[in-house]
Design a protein around this ligand. Structure first.
Ligand SMILES: Nc1ncnc2c1ncn2[C@@H]1O[C@H](COP(=O)(O)OP(=O)(O)OP(=O)(O)O)[C@@H](O)[C@H]1O
Ligand SMILES: [Mg+2]
Length: 240
């Protein structure tokens, strides 16, 4: 079997050290392979965003280890981590994080240009991925000239440009109407079918249904993946 794109090995995460410390993740083990989309569900505060931030090397776990394409994040140097982040990882956040002063194509090409790739090459790659999300006719528009759905499509294009091997999405459909949300899910699914690994945090059962596997977090623990009957209870908890 090939090396998993992402492996969590008994990961724990505590925020703070004193009596007010929050134990956001406990003993989480999870493997995601290329071509696989895993949905993470669970109530508000259960640790979903923490899990994603750790997978994205934005946070270091306080216990356990994470491997990305076989590289241990505990053993990797700062430089190796920065390289992984730039080349292998793509993020999609709920609030898009587009740069308002840059055009559609500039926003999309940014990860490659930051990585020092030639501008013409970066733009060509961005043009190709923007075509795949149906934005070829808006390359020179600015984000505030576009709808929420179009902005989210740029965010996805930017997350997958240059063939990132691991795409992490934290409620990427949160701010979108249901038709646009479906379209975003189709894009994510397509990217994973083309060989990336994907982790999607969502509150929407209809979006989680696009995943190969759904895992549930409750109080920082991964609940048995086969326990799909728990979904109703967990979702009710999240809506409060
Ligand atoms: N920077 C931080 N400092 C201290 N505690 C934090 C920090 N970030 C998150 N937490 C706490 O860790 C726990 C998990 O938070 P997390 O954001 O991962 O939950 P979540 O499942 O993504 O919730 P939501 O569905 O509301 O986005 C919560 O109790 C939260 O208050
Ligand atoms: Mg969250």
């Amino acid at each position: 079997m090939s090396t998993p794109a992402l492996e969590f090995c008994a990961v724990g995460m505590r925020y703070g050290t004193d009596a007010t410390a929050v134990h956001a993740l406990r003993d989480v083990s999870l493997t995601v392979t290329a071509g696989e989309l895993v949905a993470v569900m669970g109530p508000s505060g259960s640790g979903k965003s923490t899990l994603l931030a750790i997978a994205g090397t934005l946070l270091s776990p306080t216990e356990g280890d994470v491997l990305i394409s076989g590289t241990s994040l505990r053993e990797a140097s700062r430089k190796e981590l920065a390289g992984l982040r730039r080349r292998s990882l793509g993020f999609v956040f709920q609030d898009f994080n587009l740069l308002p002063a840059l055009t559609v194509i500039e926003n999309t090409a940014l990860p490659l240009e930051l990585d020092g790739l030639p501008r013409a090459y970066s733009r060509a790659q961005a043009r190709e991925v923007l075509a795949s999300v149906g934005l070829s006719d808006r390359l020179d528009a600015y984000p505030d000239e576009l709808s929420g759905g179009q902005q989210q499509r740029i965010a996805i294009a930017r997350a997958v440009v240059g063939e990132r091997s691991l795409v992490l999405a934290d409620e990427p459909t949160g701010a979108l109407d249901s038709a646009t949300g479906e379209e975003v899910m189709r894009l994510l699914r397509g990217r994973v079918d083309a060989g990336a690994a994907g982790v999607l945090v969502t509150h929407e059962a209809t979006h989680a249904a696009w995943a190969d596997r759904i895992v549930f977090l409750r109080d920082g623990r991964l609940v048995d993946e086969t326990a799909r009957d728990d979904a109703g209870i967990l979702l009710t908890g999240s809506r409060g």
